[in-house]
Design a protein around this ligand. Sequence first.
Ligand code: HEM
Length: 415
Amino acid sequence: MTLTVHEAGLDLADPRVYADDRRLHASLALLRRESPVHWVDAPAYNPFWAITRHEDVLEVERDHQVFLNAPRPLLATAEFDELNRRRAEQGIALRTLIHMDDPDHRVVRAVGADWFRPRAMRALRPRVRELAKRYVDRMVDLGGECDFAQEVAVHFPLYVILSLLGLPESDFGRMLKLTQELFGGDDAEFQRGTTNEEKLQVLLDFFAYFQELTEARRKEPTDDLASAIANARIDGEPLNDFDTASYYVIVATAGHDTTSATISGGLHALIEHPGQLERLREKPELMPLAVDEMIRWVTPVKEFMRTAAEDCELRGVTIRRGDAVLLSYPSANRDEDVFDDPFRFDVGRDPNKHLAFGFGVHYCLGAALARMEIRAFFEELLPRLSSIELAGTPQGTATTFVGGLKRLPIRYSLA
Ligand code: HEM
C-alpha cells in the first residue's frame, strides 16, 4: 500500500503510530521529502503545521520571540486543549517551564538551573553509579530473564530524580504510578481513565503530593532541589502554589520516562546490532558517543509545539499569527541532509547533531543528568555481560509525546 502525504501527516496525530517505528519513520521520511512544512488537520485535534526537517526545527526553536510555547506547548486533543484553556483561566492548570515564555520562563528556569550544572552533577555522580549498580545487580537477581523495560529501566531514573529532589525512597511507588499515568496518557495500559476529567485528576493528585512537600521544605529547608523550589523568591515573592507544584511535576516527569525509554531503546539497539555492542565493549572510551547515539536513535520526546506570534514564512510557506507548529524530533534526528546514513546505529557517530534535547532557551535542563545516568548504566552493565538476546517481541508505547519501549523481554548471562 502506498502512503500518501496526507496520510503521513495524519500519522503524526495518531498515538498508535508512535508504537510502530517502521510506520512512523516511513511517514516522517515522506513528509521530509515531499512536504516538510505540512498542514495537518486530524479528527479530534486542532490543526497544526508539522515541521519535519532538522534545519526547520532549529530555525523555529531559535526564534523564540516569534514562536512561543504558550498557549499550546504540546499536542493534545482539541477537547483537552479546551479543558486546559478553561483551567488556565481559573488558575488551576499545570504551568511548567514548557508552558512559559520570557520574561517568566527565564526567571523560573533560573530557580532550578544550579541543580543541573556540572558542580551539582559531580556531586550526584556517586549516587547515580550506586543506583546503576543496584539495577544491574537486580538483573542478576532476576535470574537471566526479565522484561527489561518494566523491571529495570523504569525504576533506575526515577530513583535518580528522587535523589535530586531529596525525596525518600518510600515515595517511589506513588511517583512511578503518577508519572506513568501522566506521560503514558494515550496508552490504554497506563491510563487511569479515559475521560479528560480522569486524566486531569492525575495532575491534581500530583499537585496534592507536592503541596505537602512544599510545606515541609518551607518549614525545614534541606540541601536539595525540592528546597530550592519551595523557597525560591522571584522579585521577593515565593512562587505561587501551582507554579511550585508545576516545577516538581516537570522535573519528576521530564526526568523519568525520557531516560528510561532511552536506556531500554539503547539496549534494544545494541541487541539488534551485535557488532556495535562488541565494538563498545572493546572500546569503552566510545561510551559518551554511544550514549548520544542511543539518545538520537530512540528520541524519546516525540514533539513539542510552538504558536506563531506573528505572520512569518518557513521554507516558502506562510505561517499565520496564531497557527501552531509541531516540531518532530524523531524526524529531525533521521534527516538525511544532516546525518550520514541516518538509519544506521553507530556507537561511534561523530559528529552527532541530534535535536533530541531540543534547542535554544528551552533546551532540556536535564540533558547532562540524562547523559550521566545512561552512561553510568551501560558502564556498569557491559563489562559484566557475557550474552544477551531478545526473549520475546518488544512493544512500543502508544503516545504522541514521550515514549519508547514499554516491553523489552530479554535473556542474558551476567556476572
Ligand atoms: C534522554 C533523556 C531526555 C530527553 C531526550 C529530553 C528531552 C527534552 C526536550 C526535547 C525538551 C524540550 C526542549 C525544547 O523545547 O527545545 C526538554 C525540556 C526539559 N527537560 Fe528534558 N529530556 C531528557 C531528560 C531530562 C531529565 C533527566 C530532566 C531532569 C530531571 C529533564 C528536565 C527537563 C526540563 C525541566 C525541561 C524544560 C526546560 C525548559 O522549558 O526550559 N529532562 N527535555
